[in-house]
Design a protein around this ligand. Structure first.
Ligand SMILES: Cc1ncc(COP(=O)(O)O)c(C=O)c1O
Length: 416
């Protein structure tokens, strides 16, 4: 993912705040933020202090239950009250795989509904070819999973993939599989195919449909958690899933994930009917990082989210002005500090689902544009499926500087 043929090489040496430096000493404004975890930028002092204190006075991993993980859990629960009980893991992949297992075990049903363009990690449970070519996608709006890699030996099993933001397609899927569907798992704001917000009422519609069919709703908030709001997309859109998965910003740069649900559902695990484990899960280093992150969010959420959203709006407006002035077809979509720029093949009002991105977006043009930006000292991912991430470490001056360079790159690479 970090060294593909379309990447300009960048071997990072260090990061600080909103910036990274490569091994040649070149400085970049970082709009990637390690794919999302760095909510407070690189090397946030409070996180460093918490980790250093933990490892120097109490140990990195104790191999027993610790008060620190209980404290972190209770702080998460203040923001995600539906996670009445939770389990820590080491990544988004692990947490999503465990959440799916929990849904199947709890409901006693097998079929898992996923959505086109959504990514839930690379486990055998869910690794769909989430960026499949258009002609591989089913006309009727839903169909069997397309395995994401060789070596899956027949997995993922019993998975149906549906067009997202299309309640009719989901309804048709429920008509066909209804009483067999254990759960629908989705990114409540799509962040793995650019940034695509849920259509008005869509999340509520899915919630209702799952309830009507005794199926569960899993929100994979690995990207959106602590990012589109302190309480994630579920608080921003006021839709309560049955199972929540969080990761990325939870650890602010340290590897942690978590999944959680009601007491009743999680008792499948506490009563040992369902297995979930992990030697490193909930280790004290990442818990110390997560505690500092949770404390900062709980203290500062009234100001930090409007601040980041303000920066994202400034960046989004600036990009629209530049591309508009140069008459370059484009679309900018953002939800909070998560921002997607699409270079399109013509004027488009809205990108509403994965197929729109595939159909209308010019990937080669975006790569060419990104290379110019990277050379000019502003980094974001060269694949326009990947969002840009802002953090509390970015400033209005950073956005002004980035916009100047965006204007230059757009004029030089997109105006032919
Ligand atoms: C929405 C979502 N879910 C799950 C994952 C998998 O997380 P990880 O890479 O930590 O295993 C990712 C990773 O980018 C993600 O974006």
């Amino acid at each position: 993912m970090r060294v593909l043929s379309y990447h300009l090489p960048l071997v990072a040496e260090r990061g600080e705040g909103a910036r990274v430096w490569d091994v040649d000493g070149k400085e970049y404004l970082d709009l990637n933020m390690a794919y999302g975890p760095l909510l407070f930028g690189h090397c946030p002092q409070r996180v460093i202090d918490s980790v250093v204190k933990q490892i120097s006075t109490s140990g990195s991993q104790l191999g027993f239950p610790t008060e620190i993980s209980a404290r972190v859990a209770s702080k998460i629960k203040q923001l995600y009250p539906g996670m009445e009980l939770m389990r820590f893991a080491n990544s988004g992949t692990e947490s999503c795989a465990a959440a799916v297992r929990l849904a199947r075990a709890y409901t006693g049903k097998n079929v898992l509904v996923m959505f086109e363009g959504h990514y839930h990690g690379w486990s055998d449970a869910v690794f769909n070819k989430y960026h499949a070519p258009l002609d591989a996608l089913p006309e009727k709006g839903y169909g069997p999973i397309i395995p994401g890699t060789l070596g899956l030996a027949g997995a993922p099993n019993d998975v149906v993939v549906v067009r997202w933001n299309d309640i009719d397609a989901l309804e048709a899927c429920f008509r066909e599989y209804g009483d067999r569907i254990a759960a629908c798992i989705m990114e409540p704001v799509m962040g793995n195919s650019g940034v695509i917000p849920p259509a008005d009422g869509y999340l509520q519609g899915v919630r209702e449909m799952t309830l009507n069919h005794d199926s569960l709703l899993i929100f994979d908030e690995v990207i959106t958690g602590f990012r589109v709001a302190a309480g994630g997309a579920q608080s921003r859109y006021m839709v309560q899933p049955d199972i929540t998965v969080i990761s990325k910003a939870l650890g602010s740069g340290y590897p942690v994930g978590a999944f959680g649900a009601s007491h009743e559902m999680m008792s499948m695990i506490t009563e040992q009917k369902l297995f979930h484990g992990g030697v490193f899960s909930g280790n004290a280093v990442v818990m110390a990082a997560a505690e500092a992150a949770m404390d900062t969010i709980l203290e500062s959420r009234e100001t930090m989210y409007p601040y980041m959203e303000g920066l994202a709006t400034k960046l989004a407006d600036g990009l629209r002005e530049i591309f508009g002035r140069l008459k370059i077809p484009h679309l900018v979509q953002n939800v909070g500090p998560l921002l997607g720029l699409f270079l399109t093949d013509g004027k488009i009002e809205k990108v509403n689902e994965y197929r729109d991105v595939r159909k209308h977006c010019q990937f080669d043009k975006y790569i060419h544009f990104q290379h110019h930006m990277q050379n000019s000292g502003v980094y974001f991912h060269p694949n326009q499926f990947e969002p840009m991430f802002l953090s509390t470490a970015h400033t209005a001056d950073d956005i002004d500087m980035a916009l100047e360079r965006f204007a230059d790159a757009a004029a030089k690479t997109c105006c032919k």
